[in-house]
Design a protein around this ligand. Structure first.
Ligand SMILES: Nc1ncnc2c1ncn2[C@@H]1O[C@H](COP(=O)(O)OP(=O)(O)OP(=O)(O)O)[C@@H](O)[C@H]1O
Ligand SMILES: [Mg+2]
Length: 412
């Protein structure tokens, strides 16, 4: 996909913006705090419904306004067809202080899209930003979000599983706080635990699969970035015993490679899901007493994490700043490669403030293989980026420049 045009209304520091983009490299430059990242963020929201800076839509609404709108006109480079994307977020009048009643509206080609899973995955972007460093040293929620987003881009129906799971956990937590469960009728929890175990099994299999793909790609990227010195690996951690169960199942049938290639037969997949679902159910039942004491679900996929290891040691405790930066880049490169390999069209590359920080080796890792993709780069120093790109890209690749000043953009 290629973004041809972007329109913003009351998004961050833009009252109104209308801007055409070029099909290859678009460089958005200007001083600090002028609105460069806001453009990248808007593209990310309109494509993947995700901001790299916030999970709160309300923060993206221009101060003093009651909603934002983002429209994007895109062209599919393979068949020259066009697609329009629209995200609107509105807080009803008189209710500006509360986001409870706020409404998000999604449209594609002018038609309302009721389900997130039907919106994402059509126009994919992969963003590289300073916040990526949190992938290594941040809280588990940051890594879960990264993994969830990656899976959703390749397999949008995964979002439905996440929503089902979230709803079940919320309802189960209400039940845990209610008198029924607390007054010695923990069987009331069966109503939630059974469906929760089935949805969780599907989520665990998907997360395990994508972590295996990720670990393999991240290892290769990192070996090349570190000139063969460092071995990066990623391990999925979830309800105890689940990973062993999946690995034993695949090993017994000699199906690991088939599984990683996403070619496991429907029957075997259903068998694995069934066994895992029963196992998770037994784990949920066995943690009921503890859940009741705490008044919330203490065990489940809502606690999942990724363990990132460098030469076998957990990076959170033992890595330097530079190693964390490189590992974050390797993880994002792997995301890019997985989306590129699994989805028919190239993802759009969004580089917010990271390009000038990378050394030549890392820049080549990032840009090579992406020369056909549309790329957006933000920076403060236009001439520096111009020189660097000249060295990396062929002279046939045309770059477009946009100067941002106080929420206004000029093509230059
Ligand atoms: N909801 C909002 N409404 C209005 N303005 C906002 C909102 N959120 C952020 N801003 C403003 O947007 C500007 C920051 O924009 P942005 O993050 O895009 O800057 P930038 O050009 O990327 O800067 P830097 O080079 O420092 O990264 C700031 O002036 C900030 O006050
Ligand atoms: Mg910025």
């Amino acid at each position: 996909m290629i973004i041809k045009h972007l329109s913003l209304t009351n998004f961050r520091n833009y009252g109104r913006l209308d801007i055409d983009f070029g099909p290859s490299v678009n460089i958005i430059y200007g001083d600090n705090a002028q609105g460069k990242t806001n453009i990248i963020e808007a593209i990310s929201v309109a494509s993947c419904l995700s901001s790299h800076r916030t999970v709160k839509d309300k923060e993206m609404v221009a101060f003093g306004s009651s909603g934002y709108e983002i429209s994007m006109q895109c062209e599919n480079e393979y068949d020259n067809s066009f697609a329009d994307f629209y995200v609107g977020y509105f807080v009803p009048e008189g209710n500006e202080s509360s986001s409870n009643h706020a409404k998000r509206v999604l449209k594609q080609d002018g038609f309302i899209i009721p389900k997130l899973s039907e919106y994402v995955g059509v126009c994919n972007t992969v963003i590289f930003a300073p916040e990526d460093l949190n992938l290594v040293k941040g809280a588990p929620a940051v890594r879960r979000r990264y993994l969830n987003l990656l899976i959703s881009k390749v397999s949008p129906s995964y979002i439905n599983l996440l929503n089902q799971c979230r709803r079940l956990i919320d309802q189960k937590n209400l039940c845990l706080k209610s008198s029924d469960a607390a007054s010695g009728q923990p069987d009331a929890l069966d109503f939630w635990d059974y469906p929760l175990s089935q949805v969780s099994a599907e989520i665990v299999i998907k997360r395990y699969l994508f972590t295996c793909m990720l670990s393999k790609k991240a290892r290769d990227s990192h070996l090349s970035i570190s000139q063969g010195l460092e071995e990066l690996s990623v391990r999925y951690t979830t309800i105890s015993g689940c990973i062993d169960l999946i690995e034993d199942f695949l090993e017994e049938r000699d199906m690991f490679d088939v599984f990683i290639a996403r070619e496991l037969s429907v029957a075997l997949y259903a068998e694995l899901r069934g066994i895992l679902g029963n196992y998770i159910y037994s784990k949920l039942v066995s943690s009921r007493r503890y859940d009741l004491e705490r008044g919330s679900s203490t065990s489940g996929v809502q606690k999942d994490d990724l363990e990132i290891l460098l030469n076998g040691l957990p990076m959170k405790q033992y890595s330097s700043q530079g190693q964390q930066r490189s590992a974050a880049l390797s993880l994002k490169l792997s995301e890019l490669q997985i989306v590129r390999d699994c989805v028919a069209s190239y993802p759009i590359l969004l580089l917010d403030d990271v390009f000038s920080e990378l050394d030549v080796n890392r820049r080549v890792s990032l840009i090579s293989g992406m020369v056909d993709a549309q790329i957006f780069i933000t920076c403060t120093d236009r001439s520096y980026i111009e020189k660097e790109l000249d060295a990396l890209l062929s002279s046939t690749v045309k770059s477009n420049f946009y100067h941002v000043k106080d929420g206004n953009v000029e093509v230059s």
